[in-house]
Design a protein around this ligand. Structure first.
Ligand SMILES: [Zn+2]
Ligand SMILES: [Zn+2]
Length: 134
């Protein structure tokens, strides 16, 4: 599926070809902290099909407890996460942040990862009172 992405301030824009079947929720504690939210939703894009159209993302190399290194790119102006990848200039694929994609409504997650570190309240919010104005 062809997608268009943008950060919140609009400096960083990009397009890519993603595999909708790879869309997933990650509940790991790193994703919770790096998003400031309960979990992250990600979809994979092969690197050749990713094209940066404007802006220059800033890179933060995250080092996991295991020692694994991962590059996290984000807008240097507004901080919106753009993608992550292996810590190399030639990664096989990028993990795009679904909330930044124009097609996000069509990219329903297919699975949940790292459930053991998930926040228990985050897995079922459909019973909460709904409010469309706040
Ligand atoms: Zn921005
Ligand atoms: Zn994660």
């Amino acid at each position: 599926m062809k997608v268009q992405g943008s950060c919140h301030c609009g400096q960083v824009t990009y397009e890519a070809e993603v595999d909708p079947e790879s869309a997933h929720i990650c509940n790991c504690t790193d994703c919770q902290m790096l998003t400031g939210s309960a979990f992250r939703v990600t979809v994979h894009a092969p690197r050749p099909a990713f094209r940066l159209l404007s802006g220059q993302p800033k890179v933060y190399v995250k080092i996991a407890d295991s020692g694994a290194r991962r590059r996290h790119s984000f807008c240097p102006n507004c901080g919106t996460p753009v993608h992550s990848s292996a810590d190399t200039d030639d990664p096989a694929s990028y993990s795009l942040r679904v909330g930044c994609l124009a097609q996000c409504a069509q990219l329903a997650p297919r699975k949940r990862n790292w459930l053991r570190s998930s926040l228990p309240w985050a897995q079922n919010v459909s019973s909460l009172p709904a409010n469309d104005t706040q």
